[in-house]
Design a protein around this ligand. Structure first.
Ligand code: GDP
Length: 578
């Protein structure tokens, strides 16, 4: 993704806001979108169109006598919203949360709030069905419920804009557009118009005569007819480009409607394009490239990219659990978590229990909690929230209707099972503790300085760059290790104080042989690499062979975690003190 400085961004022209409508089923999302769409379509079909085309634009006059636009994505739904976000293709600037005045906040309303909050997208509440009798009387209850979920309406001193509307009677739609426009001004949305276009595929389908067609939302640059485009594993050359509403008219060509072809398309403007050789997927990033050759290469590479991404997320989680946590230690690891339960009482109980899982290094971050089965939307949200550790979905006494290889779904029936199991699960992602074990001790008898030449072969093999010494010694305890233990390290003490540590032996010699190990009572030669450290072992020094092991941590262990670095620091401190 191109990165722009804030200086550059400030120079870009303003673009129209992109809006997604979310809310509980039957609260009127589809009706609202239809009502908004039809405010602009002056055709015989107005009022009768229900076919979704990915996106459409509403225009309205601005104060200066010009025209302003708002782009609506017209596939309402949380799953689609978060699925796009998971693919890095989030394009929503503002969420309209539809809440039916008579019904109030319902499970999917809460879910929508979680999705929007997780994406850090501002929410405007459209209280719908205000035409219904008794709707007005119910308003304070609706506001109360919104506040319970962190949305404080403006009349109550908060910053959540609420607009009372009726999708059915087309009441206050202008007020809703005004509220969106105002929010967009605050967001100060800008995008470069120059350059090759980049955008998102909102929808794609096979058209009878035009072949694959895709509704594309341009995010930056300008898309033109004749541009070579690639989206996921699909590519092609833009043959025709139309306004999505015009493309709908195309379907009813027989009615004699004129469809207008567009020559180009700028940021926040949706368009339907033909010319793809195969169908792209909704949520794919689409971009213009230099040539068909380049497009083909990118398309090839992105085949199976989604699988790779999941793989990558898992690899990362493994990596971060083994890596020396020095730089991360300041920041708690976060595992995004979604809680679904049978009744609201158990949702609270589960969230409460999880909140008590306190650990200084890792935490579960509940991004959504609600009543009902684990749905595709929950999975999409957890994928979207996931950074480097796999997200967890807790299904408490509910069914699991969707899964994804990247998301851990855990069904439970009993709270304490859940708590124990989550402790275990979190502990799996803790950085391991480093433990040292002493393998053997030896006394130095004699030092042989070997010329580089003689050790050249061995040195080259072992990649030795510095000075090489052979320390002749006698094993007094345990075992000294050579190539038999790749992780064996050496430490040298003189009269009880540490001289050097973390040394690796290049070879362990017994007479002329390179051996794996040498046991107590035997003499041997340690081929040590000392890269200019100035350490001069001498007779009577003590040699310790040791090993550092990563030990898996448990949730409750009382041992203070120590990284390899801190073990070393402590030894150095002891050494200095001595
Ligand atoms: P969705 O599931 O959120 O997309 O909801 P729909 O748009 O399908 O609407 C569900 C039902 O509510 C339909 O029967 C609509 O006719 C009705 N409805 C939607 N908006 C309004 C409204 O403003 N007033 C009234 N009285 N009914 C509405």
């Amino acid at each position: 993704n191109p990165v722009f400085t804030s200086e550059q961004v400030s120079q870009f022209p303003l673009r129209a806001p992109v809006v997604t409508v979310m809310g509980h089923v039957d609260h009127g999302k589809t009706s609202l979108l239809d009502a908004l769409r039809n405010t602009n379509i002056v055709s015989h079909e107005a009022g009768g169109i229900t076919q979704h085309i990915g996106a459409f634009r509403c225009s309205f006059p601005d104060s200066a006598g010009g025209t302003k636009y708002i782009t609506f994505i017209d596939t309402p739904g949380h799953a689609a919203f978060s699925a796009m976000r998971a693919k890095g293709a989030q394009c929503t600037d503002i969420v309209i949360l539809v809440v039916a005045a008579d019904d109030g906040v319902m499970p999917q309303t809460v879910e929508a709030i979680s999705h929007a909050k997780a994406a850090k997208v501002p929410i405007i509440v459209a209280v719908n069905k205000i035409d219904k009798s008794g709707a007005e009387k119910n308003l304070s209850r609706v506001y109360q419920e919104l506040m319970e979920h962190g949305l404080v309406p403006e009349p109550y001193g908060g910053d959540t804009t609420t607009v009372l509307v009726s999708a059915l009677k087309r009441l206050n739609l202008d007020k809703l557009l005004e509220a969106i426009d105002f929010q967009a001004e605050i967001l100060n949305l800008k995008a470069p118009v120059q350059g090759r276009a980049r955008g998102v595929v909102l929808e794609a389908r096979l058209h009878k005569s035009m072949g694959p067609i895709a509704t594309v939302l341009v995010r930056m640059g300008t898309l033109k007819v004749g541009d070579v485009v690639v989206a996921g594993s699909a590519f092609g050359k833009v043959r025709a480009m139309r306004d999505p509403s015009a493309s709908e008219l195309l379907v009813s060509h027989a009615h004699g409607a004129q469809h207008q072809d567009l020559a180009e398309c700028s940021p926040s403007v949706p368009c339907v394009i033909s010319g793809f050789k195969e169908l792209p997927n909704a949520g794919d990033i689409v971009m213009v490239v230099e040539s068909e050759q380049e497009a083909r290469e990118i398309a090839e590479r992105s085949k199976g990219a989604i699988e790779q991404r999941k793989q990558y997320q898992f690899d990362l989680s493994k990596l971060s659990s083994v890596a020396d946590g020095a730089s991360e230690s300041m920041q708690k690891k976060e595992i995004p978590c979604i809680v679904k339960a049978d009744v609201s009482g158990s949702v609270e109980a589960v969230v409460g229990a999880l909140a008590k899982l306190n650990h200084p290094e890792i935490t579960l971050k509940v991004v959504h909690a609600g009543v009902g089965p684990v749905s595709a939307s929950d999975i999409a949200l957890s994928e979207a929230c996931m950074a480097d550790l796999p997200a967890v979905v807790i299904a408490f006494n509910v069914r699991v209707l969707a899964r994804s290889p990247g998301v851990v779904v855990r069904p439970y029936r009993v709270i304490y099972h859940l708590v124990d199991d989550m402790k275990q699960h979190l502990a799996d992602f803790l950085d391991p503790r480093t433990e040292e074990s002493i393998l053997g001790k030896a006394a130095v008898l004699e030092i042989f300085n070997i010329s580089k030449k003689r050790t050249n072969a061995a040195a080259a093999n072992a990649n030795v760059q510095g000075r090489v010494l052979v320390v002749g010694c006698k094993v007094v305890d345990g075992m000294l290790w050579g190539k038999g233990k790749a992780d064996a390290l050496y430490r040298i003490y003189r009269k009880g104080s540490l001289l050097a540590e973390g040394l690796r032996v290049t070879q362990l010699k017994r007479f002329q042989d390179d051996v794996d190990k040498v046991a107590k009572g035997n003499e041997c030669g340690l081929l040590l690499e000392l890269d200019g450290s100035g350490i001069e072992p001498q007779r009577d020094d003590e040699v310790i062979c040791y090993e550092l092991k990563n030990v898996k941590r448990t949730w409750d262990e009382d041992v203070v975690p120590q990284s390899a670095a801190s073990v070393k620091e402590e030894l150095v401190r002891k050494h200095r003190a001595a």
